[in-house]
Design a protein around this ligand. Sequence first.
Ligand code: 26Y
Length: 824
Amino acid sequence: TSTAGSGITQINTEQLKEQIIRHLHSTLGTDVNKASPQAWWSATCAAVNEQVFDGLRNTQRTHYEQNTRALHYFSLEYLMGRLFSNNLHNLGLYSQAKQALSELGMNIADLEDQEEDMALGNGGLGRLAACFIDSLATLNYPAIGYGIHYEHGLFRQSFQDGRQIERPDSWREYGNPWEICRPESVQEISVYGYVETVYDLQGKMKKVWHPGRIIKGVPWDIPVVGYNGSSVNVLRLWESRASDFFNWDVFNSGGYIDSARENIEAETISKVLYPNDETDAGKELRLIQQYFFVSCSLKDIIRRYKRSHGDDWSEFAKQVVIQLNDTHPAVAIPELMRILVDRAEMQWDQAWNLCQQVFAYTNHTLLPEALEKWAVRLFEKVLPRHLEIIYEINRRFLVEQVDVLWPGDNDKKRKLSIIEDGHDPMVRMGHLSVVGSFRVNGVAEIHSQLVKSDLFPEMVALWPDKFTNVTNGVTPRRWLKACNPKLAKLLDEKIGTAWPTDLKQLSKFAAFADDAAVQDAFMAIKQQNKAELATVVKKLTNIDIDPHAIFDIQIKRLHEYKRQHLNLLHILALYRRILQEPDYDMTPRVFLFGAKAAPGYKLAKEIIYAINKIADKINHDKRIKNRIKVVFMPNYRVTLAEKMIPAADVSEQISTAGKEASGTGNMKLALNGAITVGTLDGANIEIAEEVGEDNIAIFGLTVDEVKALHANGYNSMDYYYANPEIKAILDWLETDYFTPGKPGELAAIKRSLLEGGDPYLVLADFETYVKAQEKVDQWYRDKACWAKKAMLNTALVGKFTSDRSIEDYVSRVWQLEKCAVKRS
Ligand code: 26Y
């Protein structure tokens, strides 16, 4: 028994074997001879948890004793994926566990496949939260993640005749070994009802909220294991239940069935993750979800604070900082005001001061349809007291800030008001978040610039120092070490083993970029990863792909701005060229897609259908001699990403400039040696700066050119008539070539690009995109040239570790101290 880091006890293979067998017997009630793979997995998790819970207790005790300032990350989404191999890697136990299981006759990879993904998020924003809590624990920062314990995460996707079908995800159907219920920390929260104005004996006015419903929040804790046995932090997720207290009367007066119905309504709150990203539907249940978890979390924070400070609020802002992951948890701002003013009877100014020292806000989008707004009517119904508080925040803001800088300027007031006026007045959550926070950040340099120049320019005039940038990052533990063990091993051999926690070390690998032997080793690893992916593809889709072809991968949510249809037009162009010119010279390429469409997003679903139909036609067309294959992987999720990313040659990052806030898949792919074909958007710009222009294929309009084109009137028809290839391809979509007997089935894409005006400038970027792809094809023909570029991508993207992002947040926003965990 030795020590890894300081918080966790390290054990050896023999001890691990004993623990696994012990858990098979006493936790699972089975034995080595009859245990199912599921039971072996559970028993191994239980063994792993012995180390995890050790570290958790040590971490919590240390933080309590040291009375540390802590970060509280508020997010509606955490896209955790699987935790089994991640926890083993971070504990430094992966190889011991592999060995122990193999000695017990089990294959660790089979056990890994027993685990459901924890898919409590939609995409980038949710996965970012997961990478951040990994880095926070690894760097020994006191931090807790708060969110919702959804019963159903993001839907499971399958295809029926090429169309997306959604089925519920039930990740906890057979329990989840990683979570601990904490009934001792249950909270009760209120919704609905009305506000009464009362006067106390001194004649002082008070607002009393008489809630219509009380709901119980039950916390589930998921330990977050730092790499190398450092801290074990907690992700605390709230599950909603009916409040026993509230239902007691109903129950006694014979309303057994009614009370069961109330139970169902209360439990609905944490039932399901909303599957929309980037289109706000303004649904009542979603607002209640937001308030539910925010209110539970704030009460939890305050309970913990009061344990050491009683009713003295003077240290609160020193102890507590809360990061709002987009505006989704922004109702925390009026909720903290309500607690301070109505409950703690603090003066408004003092309470507001406190709020403005505690909250910080990260913006993840500029898309107008993703900016959250709540109808004032709805807000009033669900949270009547909070609406009053928002009005008062707004009144003071307009009088004390806006009117002071721009006296009498009603135009400025209209623009800056937290309430948008109109037939159906709205609460603007972005405005509320900026006004209530001490810092606002975007997620890549260019995005943070655009947040200032295009989204909140007047707010910048009021508070220039409030705005900053923190470029996103990803955890290299999951996204290199665990998912690409062969490359990780090569790196260990060539540059030492420090890179997982000091990713800039990867730059040492650049010294081998011209070394033929290392190039061969690097490309052999890529080849093996591609062969492994080919097996997965065969199993999931029954499509045969050649591991010697270029693997060209686009994996991200399906959205017009991400332009999967631009990729599709390129595929059609190649297909058509081959049909017209049978000897058309191109390197064989496999185009792989992974994407879920929001269930209500019609055009996104049409794009999936079109890709599937075109794939079917091309994959079966003997004339093209396997030069093109198209694969749409079903049910793209973290676990599939872990198999696709290490096998990628080309990374598609082709959003319209100015639309992708950052992107994080781009970082994971480059880290694993894929070459980016990308626009100058989001973090692509910073990736290009790091890897150099020779090692990335940049194309397309820049942000400024996009703006100019729109300003001068963009007409997609011009491109249709000017470029015969574009015209032929779009016309093709209207025939029944890809959908025999059903002409017009793929016409929605053409319509959106022509009659629809092509809002994301697909046709404007088509030509330069095709040129960039031709360049990539040429690069690939020279094996050494390609190997060098791919290796330099891995070597030069050290900036994009989430550890660096966290250090940026610490110095620019959170002001935390590291806290070394002491073992008991
Ligand atoms: C309002 C609601 C419908 C909504 C729900 C989820 C709106 C947006 C989202 C999710 C947004 C999201 O994932 N944004 C992505 O965040 C990543 C992390 O910062 C960025 O890298 C990526 O560019 C951005 O699209």
